[in-house]
Design a protein around this ligand. Structure first.
Ligand SMILES: [Ca+2]
Ligand SMILES: [Ca+2]
Length: 224
């Protein structure tokens, strides 16, 4: 491969990597740099649900159980004996390239607790949302060796979707997750969102291919 082609691939790879952070948030969700720890008490806030990137263009080496895979709304029908509606459980299979994001709410306030709401829009389709405690913990165990974040190995309470007003909505285009979560000062709500990987669009690949061909032709002409 000649230097020009290598350079153009480098530029495109850089643009590609950058594009994976083209996500936006509303309400009380804020997108932050990946924190060192999300164990209880390590990263608390009463005003914001922190969202951050875990892995990009990551090849899953194991099946991941997810609780919601399709557009629609999941909510709570009854408490304290919790009955939920709207979950669409499934699996994101080993061999799939994914991006993974984490949403974290660890409140400070005792008594009535902390209740926050917002939405997050991804640059790729959501393949699965994990919000039930056991599945969050097991997927944290899976991702842990590949990230720089320390995760809890147990979660206080039942996690997300454990009170009447908590809900999760996946938009019809599967790009936006809207949610409401509530915690007491000793409990955590944590959510993992697995999206398709930020692979280049076919048009970008075509552009890349034709760019390399063009550079090859230019090189050949210069040599002649
Ligand atoms: Ca909760
Ligand atoms: Ca806390």
């Amino acid at each position: 491969m000649n230097k020009l082609a290598a350079l153009s691939i480098g530029i495109i790879m850089t643009l590609w990597a950058g594009s994976s952070f083209a996500i936006s948030t509303t309400g009380s969700i804020s997108y932050v740099t990946t924190p060192a720890s999300v164990v209880q008490g390590a990263y608390e806030s009463d005003t914001s649900i922190r969202a951050f990137n875990e892995v990009q263009n990551f090849l899953l080496g194991a099946d991941i159980n997810v609780n919601m895979t399709s557009p629609g709304t999941a909510s709570v029908v009854t408490v304290p004996s919790i009955v939920r509606t709207g979950l669409t459980p499934g699996t994101v299979s080993a061999g799939t390239y994914v991006n993974s994001y984490f949403l974290h709410l660890d409140g400070l306030t005792s008594g009535s607790g902390t209740r926050l709401k917002g939405s997050i829009t991804f640059d790729q389709e959501i393949l699965g949302v994990i919000m039930l405690s056991n599945d969050v913990i097991s997927s944290s165990n899976y991702f842990s060796p590949f990230t720089s974040t320390a995760y809890p190995t147990v979660m206080g309470g039942t996690g997300s979707l454990d009170s009447h007003f908590e809900f999760f909505t996946i938009s019809p285009d599967s790009r936006t997750l809207t949610l409401e979560m509530a915690v007491l000062n000793w409990s955590l709500d944590q959510v993992r969102v697995v999206t398709k990987a930020s692979v280049p669009e076919p048009s970008t690949l075509l552009l890349l291919g034709s760019g390399i061909t063009f550079l090859g032709l230019v090189r050949r002409k210069i040599r002649v």
